[in-house]
Design a protein around this ligand. Structure first.
Ligand SMILES: [Zn+2]
Length: 400
């Protein structure tokens, strides 16, 4: 076989036109962290062919190696239009995109114009989404969640765990499977963490001006018979402890001014007795780069969780609609409380989420009953039956 033909076959197989083997590129020519790490792992030259930077130590790696990495990354989520049947009767059903267009649609990988031009002139394939005719992993979860929300709000609130044919079949993930799938994603992405003993949470109680509340019984979790409102994470009759990381957030989450109705809000500070596992939705990891092969499997789940968390904390007016709109999060909370287990097989004791009412404020719902809240007298945490101790003096705010 002639050299030219051999070269052509190799390029076809590798998916890009090789550049001169003398061309090397440094990590600073890229902004994508995965590509930077890839280069740092295989530096061999002391001068970058693109930005001209020099060093006493090797700083640049062969451009052909980097092009190989980029092609593999693109191939993970984009495909040859022919392979994905993007054509029907000779016409494109979906117009393929070139490499420049695909790169423009994602986080910038390089700000160096020469490097960018080299990439798009070497990788000349056309691309369509992979898979083209089905949902990506992130969309699969997202459609499943949308169907789940629709089902528990408007169709089958209590019996959705019994599989039903066909009705909710957009992505293949039916409502009865959604909760376990969500549990898997939570574990995979690493949202379970330890909430340390002694963590402070503020709880606000709204009441008439004539009342005065100071005890843990009055300011802790409502007793069953008093749990008469539908909340984000808990339905009527199932009390949970709602707290916030500071006083302002606790008040903002609980008190909505009603003109003409004077009211008071008493805020109490509680502390946790022991270390406990919680699901923390406030710190989501970054979506890994398409060029970070080791973390490809986490891209879909993290994309999904970002949308899911938006849904979780969306502000909802308490005008009667909350009895319907809170149902999906109430079901998820019940699942996390009673079914979900950590990797070591333990149940979680609460959920941490962002406040819908204050910028950046954190809230919690802890699975702690009224009788598990107590006065924080010295040694209170040694009582294994107690989980939250009232510490400090409750503060009263009046809104005339
Ligand atoms: Zn450079």
């Amino acid at each position: 076989m002639g050299y030219a033909k051999e070269m052509m076959l190799r390029e076809l197989e590798q998916g890009f036109h090789s550049v001169s083997s003398a061309k090397v590129v440094c990590a600073k020519c890229f902004t994508d962290e995965a590509i930077q790490a890839f280069i740092r792992d295989r530096v061999s030259e002391r001068k970058c062919s693109y930005c001209g930077r020099r060093s006493k130590k090797p700083i640049a790696a062969p451009m052909n190696d980097v092009l190989g990495l980029i092609v593999e990354g693109l191939n993970h989520e984009y495909a040859d239009p022919i392979e994905e049947n993007a054509r029907d009767d000779g016409e494109w059903v979906i117009d393929p995109r070139d490499t420049a267009d695909v790169l423009a649609g994602m986080d910038t990988i390089t700000e160096n114009r020469d490097v960018f031009d080299e990439i798009v002139s070497s990788i000349t394939s056309d691309w369509v989404d992979r898979p083209l005719w089905g949902p990506s992993e992130g969309d699969f979860l997202r459609y499943g969640w949308d169907d789940f929300v629709e089902a528990v709000k408007y169709d089958r609130r209590y019996l959705f765990l019994m599989p039903k044919e066909d009705r909710y079949s957009s992505g293949g993930l039916t409502p009865d499977k959604m909760l376990d799938q969500l549990g898997e994603v939570i574990t995979q992405v690493g949202l379970v963490r330890t909430m340390n003993a002694g963590t402070r949470w503020y709880r606000a109680r709204v009441h008439g001006l004539a009342k005065k509340y100071t005890s843990a019984t009055d300011l802790g979790t409502a007793p069953r018979e008093a749990a008469l409102s539908s909340n984000r994470m808990s339905p009527l009759g199932i009390p949970m402890f709602y707290g916030a990381e500071n006083e302002a957030t606790a008040i903002a989450e609980t008190y909505a001014p009603k003109p003409g109705t004077p009211e008071a809000v008493t805020v109490a500070q509680f502390r946790t007795a022991r270390d406990a596992s919680v699901v923390d939705f406030t710190v989501l990891p970054k979506v890994p780069s398409l060029f970070d092969q080791e973390n490809w499997h986490r891209r879909g789940p993290i994309w999904f969780l970002r949308d899911f968390v938006e849904d979780l904390v969306r502000p909802i007016e308490k005008d009667g609609r909350e009895h319907v709109d809170y149902v999906p999060t109430q079901v998820v909370t019940e699942y996390l409380r009673h079914v979900f287990r950590t990797e070591t097989g333990h149940p979680v004791q609460g959920v941490i989420y962002r406040s819908a009412r204050t910028e950046g404020g954190k809230c919690c719902v802890l699975f702690v009953g009224n009788d598990e809240c107590c006065e924080g007298a010295p040694g209170w945490e040694n009582d294994q039956e107690k989980r939250l101790g009232l510490t400090g003096k409750p503060k009263r705010h009046e809104y005339p």
